[in-house]
Design a protein around this ligand. Structure first.
Ligand code: FE2
Length: 240
């Protein structure tokens, strides 16, 4: 499996604070069958990290993984808190996509309206990117109107669920919305959105098993393996 959303880069956000946290998280991921992780620190448009410092941090984590013989490939990335400026910042190369692909990972405030999210996502699309909306199931507007998320998917926006929503560990409206989107077959990937070694972890195996059991083996393979692989290798993503 490949995890396209994890807060594993130490010291950059509310995820891993130290290298030791990141290494425990990576080891746990490997133990659960994950072979690659995109490090996606939270980034705000008005506080974009210095690219050289960020790439040095990715390199330091890669070196530590290698040094500890943890068999996980580390990919660059960001979880971008999207605003009106995001499309032009992406076009100018000031924000990172996942592993330099055409796929940026975007999030919004949980109380953002669906109309505003769509406006920004389509503007990002118009710049030639394929936006991935992080955890659609956690936005109140999409919980109230999941058909808006379905319309986004029909229009080429990729939807990434958090594995804890599938496992029933998020609040109940998010869990219900995640399962509705899965039932409607408009999900493209599932990721950990891991924050700590012991909280919202990097383990993906249970969520994949749950998906295989309650949906299908094909869904479990596509959402946890094939599509995440395609995303970090800049290949076309398939629909369920
Ligand atoms: Fe996240």
């Amino acid at each position: 499996m490949i995890d396209v959303h994890a807060h594993i880069l130490p010291g950059y956000d509310d995820g891993a604070q130290q290298m030791s946290d990141a290494l425990i998280m990576a080891e746990m991921a490997a133990d659960s069958g994950v072979t690659g992780i995109a490090a996606t620190p939270h980034v705000l448009d008005d506080r974009i990290p210095d690219p050289a410092a960020l790439h040095a941090a990715f390199a330091a984590l890669r070196f530590a993984l290698d040094d500890c013989a943890i068999p996980v490939e580390l990919y660059s990335g960001m979880e971008i808190m999207a605003t009106e400026k995001t499309p032009s910042l992406l076009a100018a190369g000031k924000l990172l996509t996942l592993n330099g692909s055409r796929y940026p990972l975007l999030e919004f405030g949980f109380s953002e309206t669906a109309a505003h999210m769509e406006k920004i996502l389509y503007a990002v699309q118009a710049e030639g990117f394929i936006p991935i909306l992080a955890h659609p199931e956690r936005y109140y507007s999409l919980q109230d109107m999941p058909q808006r998320a379905m319309r986004m998917a029909e229009n080429g926006i990729l939807l990434q669920l958090d594995k804890d929503s599938i496992l029933g560990k998020m609040e109940k409206n998010a869990v219900r919305c995640a399962h509705m989107l899965l039932s409607e077959r408009c999900v493209h990937a599932v990721a950990s959105d891991a924050h700590r070694p012991n909280y919202r972890t990097t383990r993906l195996n249970r969520a994949q098993e749950y998906t295989a059991l309650h949906y299908s083996f094909e869904a479990a393979y596509l959402l946890f393996e094939e599509n995440p692989y395609s995303i970090v290798h800049d290949l076309p993503v398939k629909s369920l």
